[in-house]
Structure formats: C-alpha cells, structure tokens
Write a protein that binds this ligand. Structure first.
Ligand code: ADP
Length: 402
C-alpha cells in the first residue's frame, strides 16, 4: 500500500462581490473550517468564519478582493477562532474558475498560459472570470511558493458532442464568435455523479446518470459512462431550467417584442436574470421555503410557480432519458434538490412511465441527508446527495499536488 502524502488545501471561490474559502485536509477529506466575505466593494462588508463549532462574524471596510483576501489570512490564523496556526501549513491552493472556454476539459496547474486563457474567456464570463483572476493573482502574491490549481465550472461539459453544444444558428457564430453551449455547475455535477456511483457501488463504464443541481441557479446534466453528454445551461447560465430569478428557456422572439415596445437591453437583461423564474412568476419570492408555505396556505400564484418549476425539470429529465437510452440513477442536489421534499415529489410523480418510481415515505424520511428515495423495484435509483464543490476542488488540487 503506498503511503499517501498529507496536504492542507486552501480552496478559494471569488465571486463578483464575494469570497468563499475553506481549508480541507487531504487525503482525509476533512474540512477544518470555512469562511465567507460578502458585499465586497459596497457598504456593510462582512466576514463570517466557522470552525470547530465556533462562528465569528465581523463587519469591516472591504473595497476590493485584495482587502478580502488580506482579512481572510488574518482570520485564518487568529489565535482565538482561527482555522490553522500558521499560513505556512497550507500546501496548495485550489481556485474555482467559472469559464475555461473550449481549452480545458480538466483541472490544471495554473501557469502563465492558464492565466492568459482565463483572460481570453473574460468576454464569455464578464462577471466571474475577472473576480477569479483577482483571487488567483492575490493568492500568488500571498503564497508565491505554492502550487495553484484552477478548477473550471465548464470543464466537465467539454465532452458534449457537437449535436448537443451547437445551436441552430449560422455556423460563423460558433467559428468566429465562440457561441455554443458551454454548460456550468460542472464541478457539482461531477462530484454528485461520482458520489452516486460510490453509493450504488457501480462503475461509470456501465452507468448513466441524470443529475439535477437545483439551487438559486439550476441545471440538469445527462451523464453517459461518466461523461457529460448534455446539460441545460448554455452559452450563459440563463438557458435551461426556470430558476430562482432566471427565466431559463424562453422564445428568443420575446426579446425583440419587448425591445420594440421600448424596453432597453439592460432592462430586458435584468428582467430575465433577476426578476423572472420563481420570483417573477409568483410575485412573492425566489425562496422555495416561502413559496411552499404560501402554497400550503392556498396561494394560487405560489402553487402555479412551483408547478411550472417542476414541469420544466420533468421535461428535461424526459428528453435526457430518451437520449441516454437507459437511465440508472437520478440525483437531486443543491439547496432545493437537497431540502425540497415536496418539490422532489412534484418532479417525480409523473415519471413512472420512464422507470422512475419514488418511495414517498423514504423521500420524506431522508430530508436533506444523502440517501436512496426510490422504490426497490424502480429501474432508476433516485438519490439525494448534498453537493460539495469545495471538496471536489480540494480533490483535484490534491491530485495535482502529490
Ligand atoms: P446557490 O445557488 O445560491 O448556492 P443554494 O444551493 O443554497 O443556492 O439553494 C438555494 C435554494 O435552496 C433557495 O431557493 C432555498 O429556498 C432552498 N432551500 C434552502 N434550504 C431549504 C429548506 N430547508 N427547505 C426548502 N428549500 C430550501
């Protein structure tokens, strides 16, 4: 038996106005603690750090990600509520990077070429890749001797065949402007589909999985023999399922119709990304808990929004099942997939014709814990698996470190 090297990995996820971080000990896969800086660049910036049952919250002046990373380093080694005793104990840094374009189908060690490629993809992910680059540059300054790894949200979907990634548009748009389906949430789909194989004691070579990541953003992926062959998010995360505040699929002609009626590009963009989905349809909230409560009290708009949400997921499951020929496992993950007991019921209750038989008692019992919620005779096993993108990033970083 080879002796596995231990490593302490710092995982960094820089969003447009946030910084999430976690320290994970490998190969034990043990989280030592994590933190979140919110409202970077606006008033009321706050850092929250959790470790060993302790939680520390602090407001501080945080004009940019540089300051956020500085604060993170300070808190990581705080004597009272820190996560580690010294920054020199960190062995490698793993970064979530949203867009790897067509260049990266796997996680990579960050060098000059990787930075250049992330820069070239800024036009495809203008809100996220710049923040990811800041995180990488800052981490390189703080930890100049450490190996840094980029884990792309898009890389898992680089196995999509052209029939799934091309749009029915003039081919020059793909060839000259890189317009194609890229897909997102790849780290989560990869993590839960691997976990599903472990739970069912199956090998990827003979297993097909449909994974539903249902959070504020939501996407669904068809995975054949371990490879993503279709996914619902497209050129941007706006396509596909209806989400918390995003419309998902609509007739693109609606945009011209609105434009002719005086709506500006910015207004339409804002409406489709921030004012649609569960929030827009219900007029109440994008939060599933609020809507379930209202629906249970007879609110028709809330009920309708929940029905539309479930229906669109069923449509995708059906189309992916047709394409996969045989489905072995259906996975629910993300805040709604993990916690939304009633929503899972709504989604599955008419899927029996394609071999998906839910055990409604088990579905309630499992709640948000990992578990199997299908009937023993169901040809498709239905699983609830909490996602852990940070752990997947640590796993990839560890693989490239040892
Ligand atoms: P994000 O995409 O921002 O990471 P999450 O994966 O945290 O989002 O999912 C957020 C969604 O999960 C919200 O719609 C929220 O209502 C839902 N959610 C979280 N906890 C529960 C719960 N206990 N019951 C029902 N829904 C929940």
């Amino acid at each position: 038996m080879p002796i596995l090297r231990t490593a302490t990995i710092l995982v960094i996820n820089c969003g447009s106005s946030s910084l999430k971080y976690e320290i994970i000990k490998m190969p034990e896969q043990q989280s030592l603690g994590k933190g979140l800086v919110e409202r970077i660049g606006t008033e009321g910036s706050i850092i929250t750090q959790k470790t060993k049952g302790m939680k520390h919250c602090e407001n501080f002046d945080c004009p940019d990600h540089k300051e956020a990373m500085k604060k993170m380093c300070e808190l990581l080694i705080n004597e009272e509520f820190g996560i580690i005793s010294d920054l020199s104990l960190i062995n490698a840094v793993g970064h979530r990077v949203v867009h790897g374009g067509e260049k990266y189908s796997e996680s990579v060690i960050i060098d000059k070429d990787v930075i250049k490629a992330i820069e070239e993809n800024v036009e495809l992910a203008p809100l996220h890749n710049p923040a990811n680059l800041i995180g990488i540059n800052e981490a390189k300054e703080i930890f100049p001797m450490l190996r840094q790894v980029a884990v792309f949200d898009t890389s898992f979907h680089q196995t999509l065949p052209p029939s799934a990634y091309l749009y029915g548009l003039p081919i020059e748009l793909y060839e000259k402007h890189r317009i194609r389906r890229y897909g997102f949430h790849g780290t989560s789909h990869r993590y839960v589909s691997n976990k599903a194989l472990d739970m069912m004691r199956r090998f990827k070579e003979n297993t097909n999985v449909i994974s539903c990541h249902l959070g504020n953003g939501a996407s669904i992926t068809a995975i054949e023999h371990g490879k993503s062959i279709d996914t619902s998010m497209g050129f941007t995360p706006l396509e596909g399922l209806m989400m918390g505040t995003r419309s998902g699929d609509i007739d693109p002609a609606i945009i011209f119709y609105l434009s002719e009626r005086g709506f500006s590009n910015d207004e339409i963009n804002h409406m489709l990304n921030k004012k649609s989905g569960l929030l827009g349809l219900s007029g109440i909230s994008n939060d599933l808990r609020d809507l379930e409560e209202k629906a249970a009290n007879g609110n028709e708009k809330a009920k309708q929004a929940l029905d539309v949400y479930a229906y669109k997921i069923r449509k995708y499951i059906g189309s992916y099942a047709a394409n996969l020929v045989k489905v072995d496992i259906l996975v629910f993950t993300g805040g709604i997939g993990e916690n939304g007991i009633k929503m899972r019921e709504r989604i599955c209750h008419r899927l029996e014709s394609i071999g998906i038989f839910m055990d409604y008692d088990k579905n309630s019992e499992v709640g948000a814990n990992p578990g199997i919620i299908s009937q023993p005779y169901s040809p498709v096993a239905i699983l609830v698996i909490p996602t852990n993108e940070e752990l997947q990033i640590a796993l990839d970083t560890y693989d490239l470190y040892v």
